[in-house]
Design a binder for this molecule. Structure first.
Ligand code: SAM
Ligand code: SF4
Length: 458
């Protein structure tokens, strides 16, 4: 056996993992959150026990994000904290996008790390853990294309009512700013049969809400002979008895077809919310970003949703300060916000990422200018959200109860449109959490609604 740490010669990797406790911290998107549920499930199945703090754990797992530089730096801060005495006796694993992107360089930056694995290698996790337990000093899983999705029966889910299901992994697009094709590999869709089986099992276990996940869910192509597209899969998941809500994220505008809006109109279990990242309101910037659609093509998709029978809530992602973005381009993005009237958005300052084609583009926008633009954009969006949310005052919204705020004597719920609705009701926690209630909206803020419910669970 090979000794694992020069700072602690007496312990081998096998001895370090023999306590078999693990702590996992997740950075980044819902895909990562769900990957962590699968990794945790796999560890529990391999005899590990989950603990709440890294201090109490034998194995410390960081599931990382590298979408922007700030996200990437977080994991190295965490690892720095354990560099010396605090890390003694522990095995450190760095998994996810930073692991895939940095590979073995992580061992140079943080020599106390023993396992580095990207998401395409999680199917090999039990084997990698066995190598660590057998005393291996350093184990890597960095293959990008194994042709498989990480489909494990051992998922340990964080929420007892809402469950994530990955339907497609990786990305075949090549947006000029984005690391995802490099960190998550090419697109791999799961068979419709395995997705439906998982959804039926979840419904049988009492889950009522399913969230279908993928970098681009609407690029989904059933690899089995059935050959379903995304709209068909969405509709079929929404028809499973017991499933009351189906959400999906994220959609790419280029692959967003009218059939998805028609499916939402036809099937009330499909939530009336679509997250459709636009990134910029300027066709010139969109072309430089290699987004594969123009502003007009994007707006056509918005028109489909606005002319739907159901009131579909629309949200988006925006990047400000992409190389070459002029004041005029930025104005086009502000105009687009006014035209679409998004219910919410995520705005990011462009962050240069390794391997991406935008890295070498000229006309970089200075950091202070990016900050100025994002502040203007967020202010404009705040006013839009106050107006949009106020329109709901007096309406009754079906709300799934998620938690309770004792201090405010309020329940916290979510509407089909994915809005947070805080409300009063006399019921007990056992009776309400996870249930669906009609709630009257009485007030509105920029980020949430307030309401009251006297009605019983439906
Ligand atoms: N696949 C989704 C799509 O194409 O819309 C987006 C996935 S990405 C994980 C989430 C968001 O991060 C993107 O929509 C984009 O707004 C933002 N993002 C990605 N790379 C970025 C970068 N280099 N700088 C700033 N924001 C970035
Ligand atoms: Fe990144 Fe573009 Fe793929 Fe989305 S579509 S994950 S932004 S490369």
């Amino acid at each position: 056996m090979v000794a694992i740490h020069s700072s602690n010669e007496t312990l081998t990797a096998g001895e370090r993992t023999s306590g078999k406790t693990f702590y996992i911290e997740t950075f980044g998107c819902q895909m990562n959150a769900h990957d962590s549920e699968k990794v945790a499930g796999t560890l529990l199945h391999s005899g590990y026990r989950q603990v709440d703090t890294p201090e109490a754990a034998g194995l410390v797992v960081y599931n990382t994000c590298s979408i922007r530089d700030k996200a990437e730096q977080k994991v190295f801060h965490r690892l720095d904290h354990f560099k010396r005495a605090a890390g003694k006796g522990k095995v450190f694993a760095v998994i996810g996008c930073v692991a895939q992107q940095e590979g073995e360089r992580i061992f140079e930056k943080a020599p106390h790390v023993s396992l580095v694995a990207g998401s395409a290698s999680y199917t090999r996790l039990p084997e990698m853990l066995a190598q660590l337990e057998a005393g291996a000093r350093r184990v890597t899983g960095l293959d990008l294309d194994n042709g498989e999705a990480f489909d494990t029966p051992f998922t340990r889910r964080d929420n007892p009512h809402r469950a994530y299901i990955t339907i497609i992994e990786g990305c075949d697009k090549s947006c000029a700013y984005c690391v995802v094709p490099f960190t998550r590999g090419p697109e791999r869709s799961r068979t419709s049969e395995s997705v439906l089986r998982e959804a039926e099992t979840l419904a049988g276990a009492g889950y009522t809400e399913i969230q279908l996940l993928g970098q681009n869910v609407n690029s989904y192509r059933d690899p089995s002979p059935a050959g379903w597209d995304f709209a068909t899969l969405l509709d079929r998941v929404g028809r499973i008895p017991g499933i009351r809500r189906v959400r999906f994220t994220t959609s790419h505008p280029r692959d967003f077809v009218k059939g998805i809006v028609e499916a939402i109109d036809a099937n009330p279990a499909l939530c009336n919310h679509v997250h459709l990242p636009v990134q910029s309101g300027s066709s010139r910037v969109l072309a430089r970003m290699q987004r594969l659609y123009t502003r007009d093509e994007y707006m056509r998709r918005i028109d489909w949703m606005k002319s739907a029978r159901r009131n579909i809530s629309i949200t988006t992602d925006i990047i400000v300060g992409f190389p070459g973005e002029t004041e005029q381009d930025f104005q086009a993005t502000l105009d687009l916000l006014g035209e679409v009237e998004y219910d919410s958005l995520f705005a990011f300052k462009y962050s240069p990422r390794p391997n991406t084609s935008a890295l070498t583009m000229e006309d970089k926008v200075p950091e202070e200018e990016k900050t100025r633009r994002i502040m203007i954009l967020l202010e404009k969006q705040r006013a839009i959200q106050i107006r949009r949310n106020s329109e709901l005052i007096g309406t009754i919204e079906e709300t799934m109860v998620e938690s309770r705020n004792e201090a405010l004597n309020q329940w916290i719920g979510r509407t089909s449109q994915n809005r947070t609705l805080n409300f009063t009701h006399s019921g007990s926690a056992e009776a309400l959490i996870g249930k669906y209630l009609p709630v009257m909206v009485t007030r509105a803020g920029p980020n949430s609604l307030v309401g009251e419910s006297t009605m019983s669970v439906v």
